[in-house]
Design a protein around this ligand. Structure first.
Ligand code: NA7
Length: 546
């Protein structure tokens, strides 16, 4: 049955449309989920996307310097050899525009746009118990009625704009990096203030500094950063990435973090000092997230971590010539890589510019924003533009921003009042036939995202395929399986140093009032995949199917 045939007009303003599955979001995950359900399972699928193009997080994150921290040959789909061979990346790390071009190419190649409603916002998604159907309402006055409801809303799509008093009085312009204007921002001759030194701030600061008259960085938590060593890809590397695609895919899909490199099985503490320094120096020169993989005990042994942390802090003091600035930048309060480790191009070097200053908010916190600029407890900084590189209400934010309710009209907000509870990161008890791609409780942001996405999408597709062939109507995670999974997610985090970063968004600590629970699954992608596959093999143990 086509969508048109199934369309009813319930009243003059609501169009009721029956489909098999509704997916929210047309980024990496929604696009692949659409392809799997439509072309493999021959289901009737509608994707709802608020933007006017595919791209997901890369549609919105267009701030200066926005670039992926995963290397380009690993930041792509691997489900199609043909696609891997056809597409050619230009640089070691793709920038936001190149990723959008890639996703647009994928959408064209697989003719995905025909199933996507762009510029459409989901206003509510409600499960109807009696019908066992999801009703997904949009701001276009449509009501999609579907057996399956899948969220592909990304982990970092809900902007966190801190409630600093006085923002509404600021006479200049302000921007959040995750909602960047498509036409760009002209910083020429302007006094710019930027709040935030996470991965985003660290990418944006060097680029804005080149344009602005003066850039003031407002730093709350000092951060580690590893040089990206970005460069155009050589012809040899491009050839290698295509010829060795099977080996690359094998590495990515069988390791803990989904990247195209393995963690070297050696200990920081057991390696003699000189050799250790040489290894770290080599890894620093090579650059990128692979630095973290030079040893295997960095995230599990505090003394190993201290050594690596000290190495980075010495690099900061070496690069930054002004000792006062260097002291603020190297005063880091958490173990290395317990917050998402940034990767940069000239970040610490930028502080050697005369037009860049840094304010230590730990010593002199922001009091308010005034018409003229930012006022800390020490002084007022006159500004023309404020950039909020203040991150996201991660993982749960994008889901809770949608008005979702499950059985007995239970709102997801209520089900998760004390923090996210789900099974395998994919299903919430009380929300039958709803699947969350890379939700909290899955490796998601601790993994190279396309790998995490391919795993979750393929697992969901197989699950739905079996339901369709067996004539099953409903799948629902049991409360016990979800409770046990939450314990497993906590145990996996507690086996690492990750919970030691008290201000991390992994914990929800960056959003005032958010329950503080370690959200991503830290047990490694390969292990997670094995657990998910065993659950499926074991007749979907932990789920009730009927
Ligand atoms: P992050 O990593 O959450 O960083 C946000 C930064 O903003 C961080 O330095 C925060 O300091 C700072 N921040 C947040 N709120 C405030 C207030 N109220 N005052 C001062 N400073 C504040 O977000 P990013 O966008 O950089 O990165 C998100 C992910 O996107 C990244 O990990 C990649 O996966 C891609 P704090 O550390 O909380 O003290």
């Amino acid at each position: 049955m086509s969508i048109a045939e199934a369309t009813n007009t319930q009243n003059s303003s609501t169009k009721v449309i029956s489909v098999d599955a509704v997916i929210i979001g047309a980024g990496f995950s929604g696009m692949y989920q659409l392809l799997c359900l439509r072309d493999k399972l021959k289901l009737n699928v509608k994707v709802i996307e608020v933007a006017d193009e595919v791209g997901g997080t890369w549609y919105w994150n267009r701030y200066p310097g926005a670039r992926c921290d995963s290397e380009s040959h690993s930041y792509q789909y691997y489900f199609s050899d043909e696609l891997v061979k056809e597409w050619e990346w230009s640089q070691r790390y793709p920038d936001h525009a190149e990723i959008r071009r890639y996703l647009s190419y994928v959408a064209d190649k697989f003719k995905l746009r025909t199933n996507i409603s762009f510029k459409t916002k989901v206003t509510a998604a409600k499960y109807n118990d009696a019908e066992n159907r999801w009703h997904v309402m949009t701001d276009k006055g449509e009501e999609y009625v579907a057996k399956y409801f899948i969220t592909a809303v990304g982990c970092l799509s809900s902007a966190n704009i801190p409630k600093i008093p006085g923002l509404e009085t600021f006479s200049g312009n302000w921007y959040h990096t995750g909602q960047w204007p498509h036409e760009g921002v002209d910083f020429k001759g302007k006094r710019v203030g930027i709040i935030g030194t996470g991965s985003t701030g660290i990418q944006a600061i060097p680029v804005i500094a080149e344009q602005a008259a003066h850039l003031t960085v407002f730093q709350r938590t000092a951060n580690y950063s590893i040089p990206a060593r970005n460069a155009p890809l050589t012809a040899d590397f491009k050839k290698f990435a295509k010829e060795k695609l099977e080996q690359i895919r094998e590495v990515m899909h069988t390791n803990t973090n989904g990247h195209a490199f393995r963690i070297v099985d050696r200990s920081v503490v057991k390696t003699p000092e000189q050799e250790r320094l040489e290894i770290l120096e080599k890894a620093w020169q090579k650059g990128g997230l692979e630095f973290r993989a030079a040893f295997s005990d960095v995230l599990i042994d505090k003394s190993a971590n201290d050594i690596v942390a000290q190495f980075i802090c010495e690099k900061i003091r070496e690069i930054v010539k002004d000792p006062a600035k260097a002291a603020i930048l190297a005063d880091i309060d958490h173990p290395f890589a317990t917050k998402r480790p940034p990767v940069d191009t000239n970040y610490f070097e930028t502080y050697n510019r005369d037009n860049v200053s840094i304010v230590n908010l730990r010593k002199t916190p922001i009091e308010k924003i005034t018409a003229q600029g930012i006022k800390t407890t020490e002084q007022e900084y006159p500004l023309d533009i404020i950039v909020f590189a203040t991150g996201f209400d991660a993982l749960t934010g994008p889901l809770l921003n949608i008005n979702i309710s499950g059985k007995n009209n239970m709102p997801l907000k209520e089900a998760w009042a004390a923090g996210p509870v789900n099974y395998l990161g994919v299903q919430v008890p009380g929300f039958p036939n709803m699947f969350t791609i890379t939700g909290p409780g899955s490796p998601s942001v601790l993994c190279n995202m396309p790998v995490a996405i391919e795993q979750h999408v393929e697992w969901i597709t197989n699950c739905i395929a079996e339901m369709q062939t067996k004539g099953l109507n409903k799948i629902e995670a049991t409360p016990k399986a979800a409770d046990d999974w939450v314990l497993e997610v906590n145990a996996a985090a507690n086996a690492t140093l990750l919970p030691q970063a008290k201000h991390s968004w992994y914990l929800g600590a960056n959003v005032p009032g958010k329950p503080q629970v370690f959200m991503p699954y830290a047990g490694g992608m390969a292990h997670f995949k094995e657990i998910c596959n065993n659950v499926a093999k074991n007749s979907y143990a932990g789920f009730v199917r009927s």
